[in-house]
Design a protein around this ligand. Sequence first.
Ligand code: ZN
Length: 212
Amino acid sequence: MADQRPSGHHGLPALLQALSRTENGCAWLLLGLAIGGLGWTWLGMQYGSGWWRQLLPTSPIGIIIHHSASPATAEGQEVDVHLIDRWHERRGFARAGEDRTYHVGYHYVILPDGTIQRGRPEHMRGAHCEGHNDQLGICLVGNFSSSANPHGRYGPNRPTEAQLAALDHLLERLIRRYGFTPANIHRHRDYAPTACPGDGLPFERVVREAFR
Ligand SMILES: [Zn+2]
């Protein structure tokens, strides 16, 4: 029978024992680095590549996609960031910015022709999804719900290709800027009992293409 020492004398316990006897500070430094590395890896797994940004209070922690649930025109004019600003003023979403007061609760509005309009600044807390306004809000103008807009009576019941291309462009920029992962991209209906942004918006495709 081979001479087998008890396994407790091998491996990590033995290493720690050896380290505790040495007076060489370098070994302790190496052990510290190893533990630090494990901790760093754990943090990375928990929070993704952008975890450190989440520690900054003014930095958004994700993106929520909405539709305006409106036709492309309302009240005799094109539905855009200015009209939504007025709608949200009536709902009391005001927030003071450095340059002016913002009512629009979204950070971006995308028109049917693919124009991207700025809403409130990215560092300003949103007003678009209760309990989750630490995320950026992007609103596509239109009503993409097959139950609320089944026959396209309120305009096209899916986003235009120009809108989807603009959304892809905007998402890619924001994903790079904040280090988001697919887990950081949401629909309004992931958080609230609403159809928003409607089943006509191909959400899975949008996320897949944004992370290509
Ligand atoms: Zn919404």
